[in-house]
Design a protein around this ligand. Structure first.
Ligand code: SF4
Ligand code: SF4
Length: 193
């Protein structure tokens, strides 16, 4: 009987101790928030999902080279002289079509190392941190803005330009060789005399 009463008292005492903490919290300021309806204010230099402003990207690959986990994939195609790609917002001349610009956020460690070397400041961290996906592949973001048809067109234009340039160079070399041969033929009799 004595043990029974002791056990009962222990039970009541334990509940009272627990309830004391509960009652105390009823009169203190709440530290929790109703996420996701309410969100905490992010620190100024927070690192979240990246964004690339393709209008200002010159395809220099500096961000790709700086990435320690190789999660940035960039491909470019040279523009031909007849194309004017304009300048970036900080005045850098654009000469390359950026045909691929992918960032795989499933691999990204949010180190921000890609941001610092960018000469046009077009790759930067945003405040977006809620972008989970059911499929891993959905985290591979594609920032390039050209359509597949436009990419093919740019590549073909460059091929034609390179072929014409190579033909013109070969023609010039041939003409130069012919000129040299002609000069040698003209000089020969004088040398023999
Ligand atoms: S934040 Fe770091 S890991 Fe992510 S893309 Fe940039 S350099 Fe790569
Ligand atoms: S460093 Fe900047 S300009 Fe160069 S490829 Fe990356 S995002 Fe584009």
């Amino acid at each position: 009987m004595k043990q029974y009463l002791r056990n009962s008292w222990d039970g009541i005492w334990t509940v009272l101790v627990g309830m004391k903490i509960t009652f105390m919290h009823m009169f203190t300021k709440s530290v929790t928030i109703q996420y996701p309806t309410v969100k905490v204010k992010l620190p100024e230099r927070v690192r979240n999902r990246l964004y690339v402003n393709m209008d200002d990207c010159i395809g220099c690959l500096q961000c790709e080279r700086a990435c320690p986990v190789s999660c940035i994939e960039i491909e470019t195609v040279k523009s031909v002289p007849s194309e004017d790609l304009g300048t970036t917002s900080n005045g850098k001349k654009k000469a390359l079509h950026v045909t691929t610009f992918n960032i795989d956020f499933a691999k990204c460690c949010y180190c921000q190392l890609c941001v610092f070397p960018c000469p046009t400041e077009c790759i930067y961290m945003t405040e977006t941190y809620e972008f989970s996906e059911f499929e891993r592949n959905s985290l591979n973001y594609k920032f390039a803005t050209l359509t597949p048809e436009e990419v093919v067109d740019k590549k073909q234009k460059l091929e034609v330009f390179d072929a014409e340039k190579a033909a013109a160079k070969a023609e010039a070399e041939k003409a130069k060789a012919e000129e040299a041969a002609k000069k040698t033929a003209e000089d020969k009799p004088e040398t023999e005399n």
